[in-house]
Design a protein around this ligand. Structure first.
Ligand code: PEP
Ligand code: MG
Length: 762
């Protein structure tokens, strides 16, 4: 293997030449006007690191060749640049040396470039971007062209398409009478590239044709550096251009339509983050902002508004069309109206699966949770953070995508579900195996989820329907009832409400499948806190229902077993609603039992609701249910993994407390690689899921298995669920486009044989 390669040599190996070097060779080969040069390879870099020696003879041969092709002598007309070129693009992290005209200077320049692989910013960049530290860089030596030679000279950078919208036109800037450094350093203000069209129309036209040639060859949008010397255009570098989420989608779809790439390639190219950025409001990036606190990025999007500390205050202001941010230590079902009225929610406690996080994500509202640095004084109605005191009525902006809180009301950019995105996702639907359903609790949410392309509802949490004030008071009446007659009366009121809700939901779904989960929350969640409970009977019940560990307490099917009238009432409401809308509207509803640990519970519930004729499934969210999956599969019509509770159970981490207390430290110290409540833990929770799926399918081959925990909308987890044979994922409405895209990417990877081994059981 040679140590030095000329641009005209037949080697385009990125691992040997780095990106920049390999692309210069390619551009030379396809006939673009590239100043001649050669590359001191990554092999030579490795040798230099081992021995401290450069391949001097090969470099001198390279120089002699440069002199012969340029017809100029080194130092007398011929100057060179020396630039770094790694296999992975690390923009601006390593050094560049220009105008080199002596051999002594050039040799030290190569050493400097090689040395810059280890400079602090490059090391930090690699750490942040998970780039291995030992891949190394080559050094590209190229004849200089002079952008500062005369009035018909200049330098610039163009993207072959608009990097922010994706539209097909040159997008970039240039400076006349200047070298590349003037552009990068910001010393002079560049002009928009359109001005080149009037200044030098023939050069602009050539640049357009170069853009076309590059895109045809690389089949992607390119970021191109060029220099014009006395009216002649030279191309100095090309690489795939960075782009916004919107541009990524448009470019992928347009390129597929132009025949540059296949539809499969278009679907593979768009990253889940591109869609996330696209589907939510964001803070305009050009503004300067003061950060007042950071927390967990619990629900994406941005919102600006007046700070309020009480849900009813949020409601009051929202009714006057004011924008509000509800700030609470944490939220509870009691706060639901305030959350619905607010534009965004900020809490100082709670994690990514806390009440506030789940509710806002489902509503598509931005939310930051667990921002521990804000100290809230609910009485004084103010919070303090980083030396600022923010009173009720002052404005803040929250960015739930990054978890950042800013002082003041900042300008936001609107969401746009473009025609291109619809088209891309319809292609994705054709490739995927995994179904995509929504977690939605109301007809309105289902409408939204349908607009994002869900194929049904994988989880309808019925307790959410008890949140409106009149329903909350009905369930409280049931809890506070002293006699069976009082209980029955309260339940009948609730049944009528639920019936109304299901009628609306069935109409909205119009035949799409829905899984309705029977009540899961412990009853005390519907009562006020002990300090707010002023009525003696309420106080008595609050004390009676109080639990030390409510998350693993009297909830789910345990409540169904001790209070069977609740599940009976819910199933009756479902059946009644079904009979009210059929046959005009088709109903495809099933019920799901939460927190099951044994088949006896399932049999018991089935006996209670046996007349109903509904399919009954198990929410797989306890360890024991997973261990008994084979037996449960005999009796259950379907399974759906509740990965939030299952993660909590496998880790013995409280999902309400772990994120705020110690998970950040675990992640910082590298004890855990990822937050398990966000990204499925393949080695622990996943292994249990795989075992459960295996046993279940052994006993009931075609049992339908879904995932309805928050992981169902997270890209890495979705890929994994695809691999282990889950039938569908169910996630909040705003995550549906991402789930459709990633499910397709996982299937396409399978097709290309790229899927990794399922689990590392080590
Ligand atoms: C779960 O536990 O994963 C789940 C979806 O249910 P919830 O979050 O309502 O407990
Ligand atoms: Mg659960």
């Amino acid at each position: 293997m040679a140590a030095v390669y000329r641009f005209v040599d037949d080697c385009e190996d990125k691992m040997l030449l780095g990106n920049k070097g390999a692309n210069l060779v390619t551009m030379t080969k396809i006939g673009l006007r590239v100043p001649p040069g050669f590359i001191v390879s990554i092999e030579a870099y490795a040798e230099y690191k081992r021995t401290g020696r450069l391949p001097i003879e090969d470099i001198e041969n390279g120089l002699r060749w440069l002199e012969s092709v340029t017809g100029k002598r080194f130092g007398e007309g011929l100057m060179v640049s020396v630039r770094s070129s790694a296999p992975v693009s690390m923009p601006g992290m390593m050094d560049t040396m220009l105008n080199i005209k002596s051999k002594a200077h050039m040799i030290s320049a190569i050493k400097k470039i090689f040395g810059s692989w280890d400079n602090l910013r490059a090391v930090e960049y690699r750490r942040l971007n998970n780039i291995p530290r030992d891949i190394g860089t080559s050094a590209v030596i190229q004849a200089m062209v002079m952008g500062n030679k005369d009035d018909r000279s200049g330098t610039g950078v163009v993207f072959t398409r608009n990097a922010s919208t994706g539209e097909r036109h040159l997008f970039g800037e240039y400076i006349s009478r200047a070298q590349g450094e003037d552009l990068v350093s910001g010393a002079r203000t560049p002009s928009p590239i359109e001005e080149l069209r009037s200044a030098m129309p023939e050069v602009y036209a050539e640049l357009e044709s170069v853009a076309h040639t590059l895109e045809s060859h690389f089949r992607d949008m390119q970021d191109v550096e060029f220099t014009i010397e006395s009216g002649t255009l030279y191309i100095l570098q090309t690489r795939a251009g960075k782009r916004s989420g919107q541009a990524a989608v448009k470019i992928a779809v347009d390129m597929a339509k132009e025949g540059l790439i296949s539809r499969e390639e278009a679907v593979k190219r768009v990253k889940p983050e591109d869609l996330k950025a696209l589907l939510h409001k964001r803070v305009k990036s050009t503004e300067k902002h003061e950060v007042v606190a950071r927390g967990l990025n619990a629900a994406p999007g941005a919102a600006a508004g007046k700070v309020v500390f009480h849900p009813l205050e949020a409601l009051r202001l929202a009714e006057k069309n004011e924008k509000v941010i509800l700030v609470r230590p944490e939220t509870s079902p009691d706060d639901i109206q305030g959350i619905a009225a607010a534009d965004g929610v900020l809490t100082s406690r709670g994690g990514l699966t806390s009440h506030a996080a789940i509710v806002t994500r489902a509503m598509g509202k931005p939310c930051i949770c667990g921002a521990e640095e804000i100290k809230i004084d609910l009485k004084a109605e103010e919070f303090e953070a980083r030396g600022h005191v923010v009173h009720k009525g002052m404005e803040i902006t929250i960015d739930g995508t990054s978890g950042t809180v800013y002082l003041g009301s900042l300008p936001l950019e609107e969401v746009e579900v473009t025609a291109e995105l619809q088209e891309l996702l319809s292609w994705a639907d054709g490739f995927r195996r995994l179904g995509v359903r929504a977690n939605a609790d109301t007809a309105d949410m289902m409408k939204l989820a349908k607009s994002f392309g869900c194929e049904g509802i994988g989880l309808c949490r019925t307790e959410r329907q008890f949140n409106a004030p009149e329903r909350l008071s009905a369930i409280r009446e049931y809890i506070l009832a002293r006699t069976e007659a009082e209980k029955a009366e309260a339940l009948e009121t609730l049944r009528l409400y639920q019936e109304q809700d299901f009628v609306a939901i069935f109409r909205e779904l119009d035949g799409l499948p829905i899984i309705i989960r029977l009540l899961d929350l412990p009853l005390h969640e519907f009562l006020p806190s002990e300090t707010d409970a002023t009525v003696p009977r309420v106080r008595e019940m609050v004390q009676q229902l109080r639990e030390i560990n409510p998350m693993i307490g009297h909830r789910g099917v345990r409540l169904g077993v001790t209070n069977p009238e609740i599940y009976r009432m819910q199933v009756e409401a479902i059946c009644q609603a079904k009979s009210m809308v059929e046959p005009k509207v088709k109903v495809n509803a099933a019920v799901m039992i939460p927190q099951v640990i044994t088949v006896q519970e399932l049999l018991w519930v089935k006996r209670q609701v046996k007349a109903a004729g509904l399919k009954i499934g198990v929410m797989m969210e306890t360890v024991r249910a997973c261990m008994r999956a084979g037996k449960l599969a005999h009796e259950a019509d379907f399974f759906s993994f509740g990965t939030n509770d299952l993660t909590q159970a496998v880790y013995s981490f409280s999902r309400e407390d772990a994120e705020k207390k110690f998970l950040a430290t675990y992640l910082r110290l590298g004890i855990l690689q990822d937050n398990p409540f966000e990204i499925i833990d393949v080695k622990g929770v996943g292994r249990l899921m795989e075992t459960a799926i295996m046993w279940a399918r052994r006993n009931k081959k075609d049992i339908e298995i879904g995932v309805c925990g928050e992981h169902g909308g997270e890209p890495r987890s979705i890929r994994y669920f695809h691999q282990i044979g889950v039938d569908y994922v169910s996630c909040s409405a705003f995550r549906i486009p991402v789930a459709r895209l990633v499910a397709a990417q996982a299937a396409l990877d399978d097709k290309a044989g790229k899927t990794e081994a399922k689990i590392d059981t080590a």
